[in-house]
Design a protein around this ligand. Sequence first.
Ligand code: ZN
Length: 227
Amino acid sequence: MTATAPTAPTALTTSTILKIVQAGHPVLRQKARPLSPDEIRGPDVQRIIEAMRETMRDAPGVGLAAPQVGLGLQLVVIEDKPAYVERGDPDEMRARGRTPVPFQVLVNPRLNIVDATPVEFFEGCLSVTDMMMVVPRLRAVRVEALDHTGSPISLSADGWPARILQHEIDHLRGVLCIDRMLSRTFMSTRNYGQWWANTPVPDVLRAVAVTEAPDAPLSSATGPGGA
Ligand code: ZN
């Protein structure tokens, strides 16, 4: 998931930055495989974890799933730095329930619903680059997983951290935010910043709502190569 707030360009300091694949790459639509505790502790997965952390920070993002770097593994890293949260408008950060999340590795995560109330905010994805969309997410979740040492951990989260967890764990099942988005809110990050960043989401939804039914049903729209 993207960090959202604009940042200064970061210096290239390491060669461990991985290529982030974009929507359309088959790996983003496949179910990732679980890792054994022995695999997690092995040098290969430890190197992948290190590289994913650097790649997430370089992007910058607040979460990265292994399929996004072309690896069909049930492995996620998350981190929402205090600096990212402090850069945002305080009222907006409060409304989103956005609080810092320390760096965490999640392997083979299982998502449990704590509060199924839908919460609607704009989000973005490093694999749907430079686009934003409103995605309904559950208000609160609990995640059972293994950490970077292969030990069981349990994380409870609500607000923005719960959104990050749902977004990243979706990646492990081949689900993207564009599958869950309110499609009429799909827009470039540039236009989000220019037109909508300071608009409450309910007002955005009203502003982009269908005002007139299209002449032809949308489901009959032509496929690839069509007009
Ligand atoms: Zn994503």
